[in-house]
Design a protein around this ligand. Structure first.
Ligand SMILES: Nc1ncnc2c1ncn2[C@@H]1O[C@H](COP(=O)(O)OP(=O)(O)OP(=O)(O)O)[C@@H](O)[C@H]1O
Ligand SMILES: [Mg+2]
Length: 579
């Protein structure tokens, strides 16, 4: 895991190495200052030597200045290294997520991915910055200050050793207890983000159902649990502070008492005792920093694991080694296809599907909700792979195509389609980024969208809000159809894409298809018989199995499900008319 993460710092190797060097220099300079002070007191002030005071005083100033410069430089380099590291991590994660297949996406929640891209990366970034600055500085300072104090007075320095052992035990106790809480905290973060994301993206539904109170409670609960876990972790961490205080004051007391005795017995000078006090703070502060860095590292370990998981997730749909980059025609064949979302054959959503569709045919698909209509067509542009059996397009197994080529030739209007924030033109050009204005208009005419677009004050430059919230459901569907048409595909799939469009417009769209794209294979999933009855053939799906496949007239004679649906819709319409 560390190796994987380190590879993202490579670009900032120089900064990452310079930081600890400057930090170490800064620490050395800082520890020299108390020694110089001892000299001034003992040799200068003690002996009334003003010149000595001035010279060593100037040296002290110089050392302080170098220390300051090193501090500034280390800050600069550490900031650059850690933010660069975070940038690279985010880029790599984002890039990898774009390659995820539908089934990879099913595995992570959107909220979980967002937490990983934001909070988790920030945690790792902070920990990294702490590590390169403090993890070098603190042990370095500790060792250096210990060395200096042993140099000044070895006996007295034993007091420090006692303090280190005491604090070490306390730290170990805190570390082992705190880690499990932090592991929990990040899981709770996901829940919190999921709650926020769900609420904010569906805020209109929340309002329509007057569920604000419920949603507030849900959020309150999620943030309350997070708060509780943080408090528990922090409660343990703050034990650090009194332990630290205790160690500092005990050291000072012992040093004063033992030091005074030594001064009286002339085994130590006043200046030496003064610098010993300065080293007390140095040593104990280093210990505290080491403990804080440990906490950060432990906290970020959980985050780092979650990041690496995203980075290492391999898309389970890869283009083959020598992909075919041309789709001959729009013929489609399903051979003994079984499909299950969980990849286990005993829970199949599609069972033993065998169909052959000729290029240029118009095929309707009808079936109850959950009968696997969407699942069936998602296999054609290889949004999912079959669990067993094969799907062929243009006579060749979809697994042999270059995925991009295949998806360009098989254009699909998804059931849950979305528009992105941007103008209508920008949205349409998702279909074909080089499309001319004339092509855009032609596609919109086929999708019966031209008329309402022309009625907008800004026409094709009308701005679409996020998720297409400022156009009606039917208008959105027609824009999505136009967008799919712009690909000029060999196969066009409409998954319930005219459900919000009135029957007259729906018929006009089908008429336009017949006239303008006769060679394109068209697959139309619909709930209304009227949307599919003039198709060349119609597939009736029932619970993941093909129940019937034929023309409207054939099915009316032989297929019970089709007859039932037809009668309920036609009779329903008759009843409405007779009212
Ligand atoms: N991403 C998914 N992960 C797991 N199961 C899924 C997923 N998508 C659909 N399913 C399941 O597969 C079955 C078929 O769903 P599918 O969406 O294909 O039905 P459908 O015929 O398109 O229904 P509708 O008319 O409501 O759109 C359902 O039982 C559904 O719960
Ligand atoms: Mg569906």
């Amino acid at each position: 895991m560390i190796k994987k993460l380190v590879s993202y710092v490579a670009e900032f190797k120089k900064d990452a190495i310079l930081t600890p060097i400057f930090v170490a220099l800064e620490a050395v300079m800082e520890t020299i200052i108390p020694l110089l002070m001892a000299w001034i007191i003992d040799n200068g002030v003690g002996k009334g030597n003003m010149k000595y005071v001035c010279v060593v005083g100037a040296a002290m100033l110089a050392v302080a200045f170098i220390s300051l410069t090193c501090g500034v430089l280390s800050g600069k380099y550490s900031a650059s290294a850690s933010s660069g590291f975070a940038r690279n991590l985010r880029r790599a994660m984002y890039y990898n997520i774009q390659n995820y297949s539908f089934s990879n996406i099913d595995k992570y929640s959107t909220a979980g991915l967002i937490t990983r891209l934001t909070t988790d990366v920030t945690n790792v970034q902070n920990a990294f910055q702490m590590v390169i600055r403090m993890f070098v500085r603190a042990p370095f300072m500790l060792v250096f200050a210990m060395g200096m104090s042993f140099y000044i007075n070895a006996k007295l320095s034993l007091v420090f050793l006692g303090a280190i052992v005491f604090l070490g035990i306390i730290l170990y106790f805190i570390m082992t207890r705190v880690h499990p809480y932090f592991m929990q905290v990040f899981k709770k973060y996901d829940d919190l983000n999921a709650s926020v994301q769900e609420n904010l993206t569906a805020i209109r539904t929340v309002k329509a159902y007057v569920r604000e109170e419920h949603e507030i409670n849900k959020f309150y609960k999620a943030s309350e649990t997070l708060y509780k876990y943080f408090i528990r972790a922090e409660k343990l961490i703050i034990i650090n502070a009194p332990a630290m205080q205790f160690a500092v004051y005990t050291c000072i007391l012992l040093l004063s008492w033992l030091g005074a005795k030594m001064i009286v017995s002339k085994t130590m000078t006043t200046g030496e005792l003064m610098s010993m006090f300065a080293y007390t703070t140095n040593i104990l502060i280093s210990l505290m920093i080491i403990s804080m860095v440990f906490v950060m590292v432990i906290m970020s370990k959980a985050s780092a694991e979650r990041i690496v998981e995203v980075l290492e997730e391999k898309s389970d749909l890869q283009s083959p080694e020598n992909p075919i980059c041309e789709v001959k025609d729009g013929a489609i064949t399903f051979k003994n296809v079984n499909f299950s979302y969980s990849k286990s054959l005993d829970k199949c959503v599609l069972e033993d599907v065998n169909i052959k569709i000729n290029s240029g045919e118009t095929i309707g698909i009808i079936g109850g909700t959950g009968s696997a209509k969407s699942t069936l067509v998602q296999l054609i542009p290889r949004l999912y792979d079959t669990t067993s059996g094969s799907v062929e397009v243009g006579g060749i197994d979809v697994k042999n195509y270059d995925i991009e080529t295949l998806r360009d030739e098989v254009s699909m209007v998804l059931q849950k389609n979305v528009l992105f924030s941007g103008t209508i033109k920008e949205n349409l050009r998702w279909g074909n980024k080089n499309a001319s204005d004339e092509e855009l208009i032609a596609a919109c005419k086929q999708a019966q969208a031209d008329e309402f677009i022309e009625n907008f004050p800004d026409k094709y430059d009308t701005f679409i809000e996020q998720g297409g919230s400022n156009v009606s459901g039917g208008q959105k569907q027609r824009l999505c159809i136009a967008r799919a048409l712009l690909k000029k595909p060999k196969i066009l799939i409409l998954d319930d894409s005219t459900s919000a469009v009135d029957t007259k417009t729906d018929a006009l769209i089908r008429k336009a298809f017949k006239e303008t794209i006769p060679d394109t294979t068209k697959i139309i999933i619909a709930q209304r018989i009227s949307s599919v009855q003039d198709a060349d053939r119609i597939i009736v799906l029932n619970d993941g199995k093909i129940d019937g496949f034929g023309t409207h007239d054939e099915l009316l004679k032989s297929n019970n499900i089709y007859i039932e649906v037809y009668e309920s819709q036609v009779k329903g319409a008759d009843n409405n008319e007779s009212k």
